[in-house]
Design a protein around this ligand. Structure first.
Ligand code: SAM
Length: 444
């Protein structure tokens, strides 16, 4: 039967009218009942900030009265929202609240908000409740889009949104007024009805090597950000579990999902035992994630995943052990491109060639590249920096060469190579540009 008009734009949907009870593994999401009043009064007295803005500030058995008179359920009756209690399945204790609001039936959109009581946080309850409510809203109620907003600094909420399958769409700058009067940024997430069909069961698992650039979070592609949001698991290589990794510091600007895996990143001497063991352990982690139902595992790597990245060896190991894995890579901005931009150096013009040489094996290859190529880029040259400078002097190429250390990271240092002094860090790149004299002189 048609209901009253909603802003004159369409019928108010009756979808919320039925009493709803959603059961998960650990939580039950259900309408509020008069018996919840005591627990809610405790929530209000303790100043626990878990009630949605549309919730009556003085919960009582009357305001919580079951359908249709309870004030809490008014939005539900009018089709503009719905409030639910999130309870612990085992004990029935009130763990938090969740609700839909700003429901627009003409656009089939709404927002979702939730809050867990402090002692119930960090245990996966919010993720389970959000997953239950969002799937119900999209599948059973006919809504098309659910929006979720969280402060960009609220890592726990960002993680809940991502784990529940919401995709990060952008940042609403200054959208929330904090208690100190400061306007804060909100991350905006969306979950759409078609998103739920994106990963039909039976689809092969996907391992994605994500290039996240040299260090500056602004140098991450939109595609990488989308996949960080979609991925069920995001792995980042670190040298030790208690140290933030280089790719991790970039990834954390976009997701709280980063999980550390230890790699022997600084080992020398070929395929060392430590290296091989680290590749195997990381592959174990990826395969375990697939076995647990993950469809997409992303592995974030600095720069580009196809340029001297440990992702290559991880992908090989995973493919050998699970041949149906689909391996993809998302290109990233390399350190040499970032240095070119930051130092105002043209990498190649006209018919010039570019050679990229890693110098872990010494400077011989560098010397050869200076003869064979126009522009030469050196990676991993920290341990032979003095010899590199000597070689450049001998070749008469020192004056044009430029060096960048820790690009896009704290302590970034970009300077002419002739000014290099003291030890050069591992994260350093050198560009020796081709010799150019006249405008367009290198055009063939
Ligand atoms: C293992 S390779 C990784 C290359 C990376 N995949 C890329 O596409 O640029 C490490 C080398 O890349 C260069 N590099 C990576 N990030 C850098 C940064 N933030 N600043 C300077 N050099 C960097 C350094 O030469 C470093 O020794």
């Amino acid at each position: 039967m048609p209901m009253t008009s909603n802003n004159g734009t369409g019928p108010v949907k009756s979808a919320f009218r039925e009493p709803v009870r959603l059961e998960g593994e650990r939580v039950v999401v259900r309408p509020f009942e008069p018996d919840d009043a005591a627990a809610l009064v405790d929530v209000v007295r303790a100043g626990e900030d878990i009630l949605p803005p549309t919730f009556p500030r003085e919960p009582s058995p009357e305001t919580l009265a079951p359908w249709p008179d309870g004030e809490v359920h008014l939005p539900q009756r009018e089709g503009t929202g719905v409030h639910f209690a999130v309870t612990d399945r085992a004990t029935g204790v009130l763990a938090g609240t969740i609700g839909l609001f700003r429901v627009d039936w003409s656009q089939l959109t709404c927002e979702v908000g939730y809050g867990m009581r402090p002692s119930w946080r960090g245990r996966g309850y919010a993720t389970e409740a959000l997953t239950l409510v969002s799937r119900w809203a999209l599948r059973a109620c006919g809504l098309h889009r659910i929006e979720l907003r969280a402060l960009t600094t609220d890592r726990a909420s960002l993680r809940v949104a991502e784990k529940s399958g919401f995709r990060r769409e952008g940042v609403a700058r200054g959208a929330e007024r904090g208690p100190d009067g400061e306007q804060r940024d909100q991350a905006v997430f969306g979950l759409l009805r078609p998103d739920l069909d994106d990963a039909p069961p039976g689809r092969p698992p996907r391992l994605v090597g994500l290039g996240v650039g040299p260090g500056d979070p602004e140098l991450v592609t939109a595609k990488a950000v989308r996949i960080l949001g979609e991925a069920d698991v995001v792995l980042v290589p670190v040298m030790s579990l208690d140290e933030e990794g280089r790719a991790e510091s970039v990834v954390r600007a976009y997701t709280g999902k980063a999980e550390r895996v230890v790699f022997a990143l600084n080992d020398r001497g070929g395929v060392t035992g430590r290296r091989a063991a680290a590749w195997d352990r990381a592959a174990d982690r990826v395969l375990r994630a697939f076995a647990d139902g993950a469809r997409t595992v992303a592995f974030a790597t600095i720069g580009d995943p196809n340029v001297y990245s440990t992702f290559t060896y991880l992908a090989q190991t995973v493919r050998e052990r699970r041949p149906d894995t689909v391996v993809e890579t998302v290109p990233g901005i390399t350190a040499m491109q970032d240095l070119a931009a930051r130092s105002g150096t043209v990498l190649a013009e006209g018919a010039e060639s570019v050679g990229l040489v890693p110098l872990t094996g010494g400077v011989a290859a560098f010397r050869a590249a200076l003869d064979a190529c126009d522009t030469v880029v050196a990676y991993k040259f920290g341990s032979v920096a003095d010899e590199v400078i000597g070689t450049l002097k001998d070749a008469g190429r020192l004056d044009d060469a430029v060096c960048g250390a820790r690009l896009g990271l704290p302590g970034e240092d970009v300077r002419p190579a002739r000014d290099l002094a003291g030890p050069v860090p591992y994260l350093s790149t050198l560009i020796v540009p081709g010799r150019r004299t006249t405008r367009g002189g290198k055009i063939a």
